[in-house]
Each structure stands twice: as structure tokens, then as C-alpha cells.
Design a protein around this ligand. Structure first.
Ligand code: HSE
Length: 439
């Protein structure tokens, strides 16, 4: 029986899950691959801690480079995370002619171009299913299952931490900080949770998917990113009253001559299946011109779901090695010379519906002043809601608009902010809903 040797870099949460599957499911995997996948080396700075797996003598090392350089290793699994060291090790593995599997979303979003260029030149595979959506096979879907389609849009919940926070606030009335602490305890949040909260982790994932779906070059800086920290329980309550849930969404749309790519808190109607994705779960809806909508749903993080995606890549590569077909599937789904540059829309150029919330003095004529500003900016109001009644001080007022241009909405909000009857900073939340879908 042919043996394929695997070297694992990083024996943390995901690395441990990967080792567990390679060891405990070895015979199952072997019967699917037709070769024995042998976990030959594992490198980590901590090789003393008991991870609850029996590792054979001589497998563990603290010397990562010895694993990458080992001529007997066929596939290197990079599960270290971070950018600089991981990048150097991946490039070194590629230059040694090894196949690479990585879960490193930040690295691929920021420096993927260098890695994929080197891999293509060297003729090796770099697989990265676990970088987006944990166990959901979204990358395999884009690179293989949906290749006959022109992908039109992708809308997803790609960060378990933010989704968990919204769910806890909505369902249990928990405070933001308590919900975040909970997510940290559960091991979902990034080492720097600001990456989750500020939407950057979601944007890393969206950059990877956008490039695969449409065959375009995209930088992280092309993506509009807005986090969840300004959303209050009051907004969540208003959203419910209007028939919406608030989710941090990754949205990308192919508009033909340009692309929309944005990450921000978004209101979605209850009848959108994404509104029922709760807790740490992830989900994504992909629209293709042949398939219509396809939805994937599952655990976007965690030891074993992420390990499952890493093993999927490892098995694909092992099968390619056996059949001599490395490079069969283009790294970024499109042939390298067909990846195009395109215009990514500035957020001011998008058109959608909006939820606007501000605090206004409760006295006659105030609403007409505010709606006058919106009307002057060509923004049509769909519904208005005011909470409470106060003769002194401000009350929250919310408005939902019909589709309007973002630049007009921003201009109107800055005019509303300067009205003497309005206090504080107005808030805008975009709504993702086809106007003709409304009841
Ligand atoms: N911090 C990420 C999340 C982990 O919360 O979804 C998975 O990428």
C-alpha cells in the first residue's frame, strides 16, 4: 500500500483535531484514498502538553523547519496561524516542491498573491478549505461543484463570534461584553477579538471567496468593513418590530463591470434563511446563473469541524499525488492568466434600503423636519417608528427607507445631525431585501 507522508506545523486547537482525525480515522481515510496517510512529523513550540492523542515516538519536534525540509514529507499542513512565520514556512515548503494545506485566512487575504504565484510556478497545490467557514465546503463548492455557473452573489454569516454575540443579546438579553466573553471562553474569538468585532476576520474570508467566485483580484482594502460595536439592544429590538434580524454579513455581488464587496451589520427579513442561523454557526447563500440559490450551513470554527475541512484538502491532494494530477484544479478556481482586475464599488456607490436611528426632541414638527431632509435628498421613507414619549429630552426615532443611494443617505444624515432637534450621532444599518420580496 502506497504511503503519503504528512507533516503538521502547529499542534494547537486545529492541529490537534487534524492529528486526531489522521490517527483515529486512518483506516477509514485509507479506504477512501487507496493509500495510507501517515502523520510523519508534528512541529510545535510546546510538545510536552498532553493533547489526549497517542503520538508515536520521534514524531513530535520543536523544529518547524526540519519538517518543511524533510524530503520524505509529501504534504505540509500549516496550522500555526499568524502571518510572517506561516508565510515563510509555506513558501519554503512550496520551494521544496511540497503540497500545502493551510487554514490561514489572514495570510491568504493579505498575501495570497505571492503564495499562489509561487505555487503555480512550482506546480504544487495549495489548498485552503478551512480558511473560510470551518467545515462548510464553500471553497470546494466554488472551485468544483459550481464551476458551470456564473456566480452572481454571495451573502454569508462568516464569523461565529459576532453571530454568537447577536444571538445572545437577542435571545437572552445579554450585554455585548458578556456575550463576547462567552465567545472567548468557547474558543471562537480570534486571539485579538477586535478582528471579529470590527469585521476584519469576515473581510479576510470575503476577500478569499470573492476572488474564487468571480476570478478577480481583490485586496482587503477594497472591501468596505464596518463592525458590530455601534449596534445597541435598542436597534435589535427595533429590527424585530420591523420584521428583521441583525447579522454581520459578508456581501459580494458581481455587477458585470464592477463588484460589490462589503462587510457590515445588516438587517435581513425573518423569511431569509440566514436570519435563523444562530449562535456560533456560519452559513452562506451563493447565487449562480444555473443553480439559483445554494446554501451551506455549519460550524465555522472549532477543533473538529475545522479539522474536517483540513482533512478534505489533504485527501484531495493525496488523491492527486496518486493519480499524478497535481494542479488539476486551478488554485484560485480560474486559470492564473484569466484572473482579471476589476473595479470594486466604493460604499458610497451602493444602493440599498436603510434603517436610520436618531434621537430627537419629542415635539410637533420634528418628524417633518427630518423627513424633509430625507425628501430633499431623494430618499423615500417606507415606515417610521418612535419609541416612548418625553416632554424633556430626546426619544429614539427610527425610519426605514426604500432603496436609496448610500451617498445620498450619508449626506442626509449629516444634515439631520446638525438639526437642533436631533441629538447624538445617527446610526445607519443597511437592509438586505429585494423590495419586491416584501409582504
Ligand atoms: N474568530 C473566528 C469566528 C474563527 O469567530 O468565526 C473562525 O474563523
Amino acid at each position: 500500500m502506497k504511503e503519503i507522508a504528512v507533516g503538521l506545523l502547529g499542534f494547537g486547537t486545529v492541529g490537534t483535531g487534524v492529528a486526531k482525525l489522521l490517527i483515529e480515522n486512518q483506516s477509514l481515510i485509507q479506504s477512501r484514498v487507496g493509500a495510507k496517510l501517515v502523520l510523519r512529523r508534528i512541529a510545535d513550540i510546546d510538545i510536552e502538553r498532553d493533547r489526549g492523542i497517542r503520538i508515536e515516538k520521534g514524531v513530535l519536534t520543536t523544529d518547524v523547519e526540519s519538517v518543511v525540509d524533510d524530503p520524505d514529507i509529501d504534504i505540509v499542513l500549516e496550522m500555526i496561524g499568524g502571518e510572517d512565520i506561516a508565510k515563510d514556512l509555506i513558501l519554503r515548503a512550496i520551494r521544496c516542491g511540497k503540497q500545502v494545506v493551510t487554514a490561514n485566512k489572514a495570510l491568504l487575504a493579505n498575501q495570497g498573491k505571492t503564495i499562489f504565484k509561487e505555487a503555480a510556478e512550482k506546480g504544487v497545490d495549495v489548498a485552503f478549505e478551512a480558511s473560510v467557514g470551518g467545515c462548510m465546503p464553500i471553497i470546494k463548492s466554488l472551485r468544483e461543484a459550481l464551476v458551470g455557473n456564473r456566480i452572481q452573489s454571495m451573502i454569508g454569516i462568516l464569523n461565529g463570534t459576532c453571530n454568537y454575540i447577536f444571538t445572545k443579546i437577542t435571545d437572552e438579553g445579554l450585554h455585548f461584553e458578556a456575550a463576547l466573553e462567552d465567545a472567548k471562553q468557547k474558543g471562537f474569538a480570534e486571539a485579538d477579538p477586535a478582528l471579529d468585532i470590527e469585521g476584519v476576520d469576515t473581510a479576510h474570508k470575503l476577500a478569499i471567496l470573492t476572488s474564487l467566485a468571480y476570478g478577480v483580484e481583490i485586496q482587503l482594502s477594497d472591501i468596505y468593513i464596518e463592525g458590530i460595536s455601534r449596534i445597541t439592544p435598542l436597534d435589535i429590538e427595533f429590527a424585530q418590530q420591523f420584521g428583521y434580524k441583525i447579522k454581520l454579513l459578508a456581501i459580494s455581488k458581481d455587477l458585470g463591470s464592477s463588484i460589490e464587496a462589503r462587510v457590515h451589520p445588516t438587517m435581513i427579513p425573518f423569511n431569509n434563511p440566514l436570519s435563523n442561523v444562530s449562535g456560533t454557526l456560519n452559513a452562506i447563500t451563493v447565487a449562480g446563473d444555473a443553480v439559483g440559490d445554494v446554501m451551506l450551513y455549519g460550524h465555522g470554527a472549532g477543533m473538529m469541524p475545522t479539522a474536517s475541512a483540513v482533512i478534505s484538502d489533504t485527501v484531495d491532494i493525496a488523491r492527486n499525488l496518486i493519480s499524478g494530477s497535481v494542479g488539476r484544479i486551478p488554485l484560485l478556481s480560474f486559470q492564473m492568466d484569466r484572473i482579471r482586475k476589476t473595479r470594486i464599488l466604493h460604499i458610497g456607490e451602493i444602493c440599498t434600503q436603510y434603517y436610520l436611528r436618531f434621537f430627537a426632541i419629542d415635539r410637533p414638527g420634528v418628524l417633518s423636519k427630518v423627513s424633509g431632509v430625507l425628501g430633499d435628498n431623494n430618499i423615500s421613507i417606507k415606515s417610521v417608528h418612535q419609541k416612548g414619549r418625553k416632554t424633556d429630552g430626546a426619544v429614539p426615532v427610527v425610519m426605514v427607507t426604500h432603496v436609496a443611494s448610500e451617498s445620498s443617505v450619508k449626506k442626509a444624515l449629516s444634515e439631520i445631525r446638525s438639526l437642533d432637534v436631533v441629538s447624538g450621532e445617527p446610526l445607519l444599518i443597511r437592509i438586505e431585501e429585494e423590495e419586491n420580496d416584501e409582504e
